[in-house]
Design a protein around this ligand. Structure first.
Ligand code: HAM
Length: 420
């Protein structure tokens, strides 16, 4: 038997219903915030991720799915969505348009990680990227959009952990402080951290091996190294979040595992969920340097991404969602070949009028069809039999109250629509 690759999932049955539910809430909310859907390729040239996510990030060092295509080009399955959206913004010169670009996306990402609950090798993110505005209001809008989507999904006790990495000057000052602090202590950290001290000391702070080490816990905090402008900027973002009534906590330990961030960075968790270390349902931040670094013009960017697989895990912990089950509007019943022709016609007319319906497609007898209709939780039944059909009649039955009446076949679609 061929089985699915390690770290991937099949989304079927009740999980698929939850999946659809999440996607509906996400796209409705994205539209109300005026975000436009964008779809970028699942694979991109490897260089894109080296230059955005960063050579020193764990993702690029250890987790990307890389391959040479038949033309000997280095390709990578996208580990995240930001890089592709920014590439598209530059390549399509969207920066030349007069308004801020507000994009949302939804798609699979690939990271070669050690699979565990909430950590997959193929996973799905929905996310947004806003390009072209440095207004602190946009930082607050992006964070509140992420918060409000999770809230609309009834995920309780949400908390945004927020921090600021500041501008280039603040980040340099902070980098120096980290080097000064870690250099005499480096022998007590893991081999990777020794390397990180030379390449990107910020990375030490989100080391998975040393995360509980006291040395990390007592390390200098970004927030103490922000220059005046960066500090004022961060305070404004927090003020706007207060106005929007978003629960947040300033957490200096949020430094994020991707290289492109500056200023605002954040993660969102549900304090009620027991998903432990994989508790971040979403995360994001500002990346004002990135567009220029990818050969675009001076511009600004900020975004977030949420893991749908993790959201589904949390939803399954909530009682309410055990109730979500499949339901159809109408089940059309027939037995003979002659009745079947009428059934085909009625089913098509109902479907074209937006009615969710099903019919007997396994040659079942009447008893089997009643059972099937119950299994699908059909609200109404339409019963066809030859004698009634000759008189132009069909039976419409309420599958809950069990009341039934014979009605004109030409009126069946209108009657069903008005009964739902
Ligand atoms: P990230 O923190 O790497 O950020 O991922 C965002 C979210 O994707 C995580 O909080 C988690 O819910 C989900 N996720 C990440 N890795 C996995 C995995 N292996 N299995 C299941 N879920 C996972 C980014 O990807 C940035 N691009 C976010 C961003 C957008 N920053 C700016 N714009």
């Amino acid at each position: 038997m061929i089985t699915k690759p390690k770290g991937t999932v099949d989304i079927t049955g009740s999980d698929a219903l939850l999946w659809e539910y999440v996607n509906n809430v996400v796209s409705t909310m994205m539209k109300t915030y005026n975000y436009d859907f964008i779809r970028t390729p699942i694979f991109e040239s490897s260089e894109l991720f080296h230059r955005t996510v960063g050579e020193t990030s764990d993702i690029v060092r250890k987790e990307t799915y890389d391959f040479l295509d038949k033309g000997n080009r280095n390709m990578t399955l996208r580990p995240e969505g930001t890089a592709g959206v920014v590439r598209s913004f530059i390549e399509n010169k969207a920066y030349a348009e007069p308004s801020v670009k507000k994009y949302f996306y939804n798609g699979t990402m690939y990271r070669y990680e050690r699979p565990q609950t909430g950590r997959l090798r193929e996973f799905t993110q929905f996310g947004v990227e806003v390009l072209g505005s440095n207004d602190e209001f946009i930082d607050a809008e992006v964070i509140s959009l992420q918060y409000n989507i999770l809230d609309a999904l009834h995920i309780s006790n949400l908390q945004v952990n927020i921090n600021s990495l500041g501008d280039a000057e603040s980040r340099n000052n902070y980098r120096e402080a980290l080097v000064k602090y870690f250099t005499p202590k480096i022998d007590n950290l893991c081999e990777d951290c020794k390397e990180r001290l030379k390449t990107n000391p910020l990375r030490i702070l989100d080391c998975k091996v040393d995360k509980d080490n006291e040395i990390l816990k007592n390390a200098p905090k970004t927030i103490d190294y922000l220059n005046k402008e960066s500090k004022e900027r961060f305070e404004k973002v927090l003020k706007y979040l207060d106005y929007l009534d978003i629960d947040y906590e300033v957490n200096p330990n949020i430094v994020r595992g991707l290289d492109y961030y500056d200023h605002t960075v954040f993660e969102i968790v549900s304090l009620d969920s027991d998903s432990g270390s994989q508790s971040a349902l979403g995360a994001g931040g500002r990346y004002n340097k990135l567009i220029k670094e990818l050969d675009g013009p001076e511009s600004y960017g900020i975004g977030f991404a949420c893991g749908i697989d993790r959201i589904i895990n949390v939803l399954k912990e909530i009682e309410l969602y055990k109730e979500i089950k499949k339901e159809i509007d109408v089940y059309v019943m027939y037995v003979s070949e002659e009745e079947k022709l009428y059934a085909l016609d009625i089913v098509q007319s109902l479907r074209l009028n937006g009615v969710v319906c099903e019919t007997n497609n396994m040659n079942k007898g009447l008893k089997g069809q009643f059972k099937e209709a119950d299994r699908l939780s059909a609200k109404l039944l339409v019963l066809l039999n030859n004698e009634d059909l000759k008189k132009g009649l069909v039976t419409l039955k309420d599958n809950v109250t069990k009341e039934e009446e014979k009605v004109d076949i030409n009126e069946i679609v209108d009657l069903v629509v008005s009964n739902l």
